[in-house]
Design a protein around this ligand. Structure first.
Ligand code: KIV
Ligand code: ZN
Length: 524
């Protein structure tokens, strides 16, 4: 069990794979979850919340496998306040060297109203469920969801019950991002001072970013005595997201003078995992995002560049290399060889075997022929493009799109559908519309297009465009991505990628098989 003995050590609890994955459309595949968990484990994250095992077979399998693979981190699963959830969670995490069960219930008046439990009935439920979890596992975390809108007396009462029942970590979630720094610090301070037994356990803070204060609230909670911060890579999460791991880790490093706490995270791994999470979740990082945004270390104005050349500290409070950003991310061109490609992919977190390298090298050369300079982001996009293709039921074979000022655009698409070759032509309002209509003619479906987003991953008119497409069908959501120097080709492939993922989800789906169909409110 990882418990802090150093009073200034703050445990980092990463919930990218649970709370982060709950962002609509951020669904990751099994392989992607394992990869991200591996990177978190390697970078020194203390606790990984790997998923919500009762939510689906997929979640259960991912948590179990992450638990088996983890080398250093505690592996935690989420469970509502009922015996079935907790048993299922334990089944999944028990394989870990250091397992943890995290169980929760909504304690604020609004949340109490949903399961229709009286205060006393809920208190009894907390006692029963935490006791049950503790009988299975000696590392139990308990959360009163919406703690920051729970009446003080009731919050103090239920926290005491959970501690007495055996919880060794009490997490205080600001579920709707409602609190502010002063209040966040005071709440933890008061709980530690007034709840019997509080001095023997660890208080955690779990902040959502609805008012843009999540990181500030988390650090304030630490000032109040919390010693575990719950966060996600890139701040991924529902609505405005969660506290961003990279922000708390770097804030504690850079302002150690006024915040004398530290984490065990290797900050030089931040950039790599940030990019991987952006890619696999389909949520690109905004350019001006602190620490990991594309512009976080860019100095374009003349006065800034001049200052930077004389002394980097003029405009930088941390160095790019502190977060793993190498001096120049210009990597390769058409003369680069296989060994250089393998080496670069390794630096980006991809270990490739000889056969895979052969295949990627061909695609890299094709790209390098089209583009003068190939950047890290281009390679990441290239790797990602090849990841799903193998088992896809729908594949684009060729496409031709005509567009211009003279009339509607026309797209002719040739696709392989379960091994059958089909070609269709459609017109539309612009090349992307015509392309999507032709794909729908080949593979009729009711999926509703929720999001269509284009990002240039590098600079220049020959930049690769990364396109994200989010589809929804019967409550199921799937995100597809693709990158290409041709935006329309990337759009077609992203759309087909999302359709393939929807097909996989539909095949696997049984009732209640999706996280979003599981209600947090359902405690019975
Ligand atoms: O935000 C929240 O309250 C949560 C709980 C499940 C801990 O994510
Ligand atoms: Zn949350």
């Amino acid at each position: 069990m990882t418990q802090s003995i150093d009073k200034d050590r703050v445990l980092i609890f990463d919930t990218t794979l649970r709370d982060g994955e709950q962002s609509p459309g951020a669904t990751m595949t099994h392989a992607e979850k394992l990869e991200i968990a591996g990177l978190l484990d390697e970078m020194g994250v203390d606790i990984i919340e790997a998923g919500f095992p009762i939510a689906s077979e997929g979640d259960f399998n991912a948590v179990s496998e992450i638990a088996r693979n983890a080398q250093n981190s505690v592996i935690c699963g989420l469970a509502r306040a009922n015996i079935g959830d907790i048993d299922r969670c334990w089944e999944a995490v028990r394989h870990a060297k250091q397992p943890r069960i995290h169980t929760f219930i909504g304690t604020s008046p609004l949340h109490r109203a949903i399961p229709n439990l009286t205060m006393d009935e809920m208190a009894e439920r907390i006692h029963e469920t935490v006791t049950h979890a503790r009988n299975l596992c000696d590392n139990v975390q308990w959360s009163p969801m919406d703690a920051t809108r729970t009446e003080w007396d009731y919050l103090a009462r239920v926290v005491e019950i959970a501690i007495k029942a055996g919880a060794s970590t009490i997490n205080i979630p600001d579920t709707v991002g409602y609190t502010a720094p002063v209040e966040s610090a005071d709440l933890i301070k008061r709980l530690i001072a007034e709840v019997p037994g509080a001095e023997d356990i660890i208080f955690a803070t779990h902040c959502h970013n609805d008012l843009g204060m999540a990181t500030a609230n988390s650090l304030a909670a630490v000032a109040g005595g919390a010693r575990q911060i719950e966060c996600t890579i890139n701040g991924l999460g529902e609505r405005a997201g969660n506290t961003a791991l990279e922000e708390v880790v770097m804030a504690l490093k850079v302002r150690h003078d006024i915040m004398p706490w530290h984490t065990g995270v290797d900050a030089t791994k931040i950039m790599n995992i940030s990019r991987r999470v952006a890619t696999v979740s389909g949520f690109p990082v905004q350019f001006n995002k602190a620490i990991v945004g594309k512009n976080a270390f860019a100095h374009e104005s003349g006065i800034h560049q001049d200052g930077m050349l004389k002394n980097a500290e003029t405009f930088e409070i941390m160095r790019p290399e502190d977060v793993g950003l190498t001096e120049s991310n210009l990597v390769m061109g058409k003369h680069s060889g296989r060994a250089a490609l393998r080496d670069k992919l390794g630096q980006l977190g991809y270990e490739v075997g000889d056969n895979q390298l052969k295949d990627i090298f061909v695609r890299f050369k094709e790209l390098a022929d089209r583009k003068k300079e190939v950047y890290d982001e281009d390679l990441i996009a290239l790797m990602r493009a090849g990841e799903d293709a193998e088992n896809d039921r729908l594949q684009i074979v060729s496409m031709k799109v005509v567009c211009g000022t003279g009339g509607p655009a026309e797209a002719t698409i040739e696709m392989e559908v379960d091994g059958r070759d089909i070609t269709e032509t459609e017109t539309g309002d612009g090349p992307v519309d015509a392309t999507f209509k032709a794909i729908r003619k080949i593979h009729p479906n009711q999926a509703h297009l929720q999001l269509y987003q284009v990002h240039a991953v590098t600079e220049g008119t020959d930049a690769q465009a990364t396109v994200s497409v989010r589809l929804e069908e019967d409550g199921m959501i799937a995100t597809g991505q693709s990158a290409n120097t041709d935006t329309v080709v990337a759009s077609a492939k992203a759309y087909v990628n999302a359709l393939n993922r929807l097909l996989v989800r539909r095949d696997k789906a049984g009732p209640g098989s999706d996280t979003r169909e599981i209600s947090y409110k359902d405690v019975s």
